[in-house]
Design a protein around this ligand. Structure first.
Ligand code: SF4
Length: 344
């Protein structure tokens, strides 16, 4: 049975996640100069000759716009490894979508952030994984990355662009989260807390326990931070907000309001749930997103297993499908890192 998940993000904008995701993230390349410990992409130094071409990429951008996608994110690897990355951002913006740009942190980034803005970039996503160089550089695998990122944050904050900072929440970064707040205050429009998914180079040993996940999310919900917070691979945050009567955004999750396209054109529910359902070289993106059995199942809270399947928050939260898959092999299993016990 086809279910409707119409949600309203702002007055007048109704989205039906069975028809189109809110966001498409396209990993335009896996090439990257960094060696981040948590990298979902297991990024490589060289570009893959099988990457989508410029023409195929521009077609993908057009398809996303035609479906009704609101946000198109150009990510990697390091998207700057492709000389045409700003063409995709300009095309996304030209089609009326909000264009997100998610570069890694090479030294030339300040110049590139400016160039991105000139080409229609709406949001720049940067990563900061600690309040100290030893933590961030250790995580990124490159000495000096911390200082360069702080400089780039300042530069980007001075541009006419939204600035999102992403931080991976894991055993390595948890203790630094509070100390990061003053570093980000006055600069960022949004802080994205990425709850580690043990895929790619992410390690199970770095995962927080369910109680620690809960603790971090409760802190983020109640600490009165000077900027908004969202969670990635942490939908349980919505349950925590709802339990406290705080405003909650619509329930975007892997394959439900979100779709990922790999550098080779494979369509996946997210960058962390890399179960390709098909390739944009073989059929339109809309067909894969709307009709693939995996995507259809992921959008249906009644298909969830274990405690997520009987949870009173299953429609709002639904658990991290990527983490369920990474830890159990079943993308519909209960999220093993949620501390909540549904009643009954
Ligand atoms: S049990 Fe599952 S659906 Fe319920 S709050 Fe936890 S992760 Fe979310």
């Amino acid at each position: 049975m086809t279910r409707t998940h119409a949600v309203s993000l702002r007055p007048g904008l109704e989205l039906d996640f069975t028809r189109a995701p809110l966001t498409v993230a396209w990993e335009i390349t896996r090439a990257c100069p960094l060696r981040c410990l948590h990298c979902r992409a297991d990024a490589q130094h060289r570009r893959d000759p099988a990457e989508l071409t410029t023409e195929e990429g521009l077609d993908l951008v057009g398809q996303a716009a035609a479906m009704g996608v609101q946000v198109f994110v150009v990510t990697g690897g390091d998207p700057l490894a492709r000389p045409d990355c700003f063409d995709f951002l300009a095309a996304a913006s030209g089609h009326g979508m909000h264009a997100g740009f998610s570069p890694a942190s090479p030294p030339s980034q300040a110049r590139d952030a400016r160039a991105g803005r000139r080409r229609g970039t709406g949001t720049v996503h940067l990563s900061l994984d600690g309040a100290r160089a030893e933590i961030h550089d250790g995580f990124r695998g490159v000495k000096g990355a911390f200082e360069r990122t702080l400089r780039l944050l300042e530069v980007t904050a001075g541009l006419d662009v939204r600035l999102h900072v992403g931080t991976t929440v894991s055993r390595r970064t948890r203790a630094d989260l509070e100390a990061m707040v003053p570093l980000l205050e006055g600069l960022v429009d949004l802080w994205s807390l990425f709850f580690l998914v043990p895929t790619g180079r992410g390690q199970v040993a770095d995962l927080l326990s369910p109680e620690e996940h809960e603790e971090v999310m409760v802190w983020a919900a109640t600490a009165d931070l000077p900027f908004p917070v969202r969670t990635i691979a942490g939908p349980t945050y919505r349950r925590i907000l709802a339990q406290r009567g705080l405003p909650v955004m619509p329930g975007v999750n892997d394959g439900k309001g979100f779709c990922f396209v790999s550098h080779r054109g494979e369509v996946c529910p997210s960058g962390f749930l890399q179960l390709p359902v098909g390739n944009v070289r073989d059929a339109p993106l809309a067909d894969w997103y709307r009709d693939s059995p995996l995507f259809v199942a992921l959008r249906d809270p009644e298909r969830l297993g274990g405690k997520c399947g009987r949870c009173d928050y299953r429609a709002l939260c639904g658990g991290s499908r990527a983490r369920a898959w990474a830890l159990t092999g079943d993308p519909l299993a209960a999220d093993p890192t949620c501390a909540y016990e549904p009643p009954g």
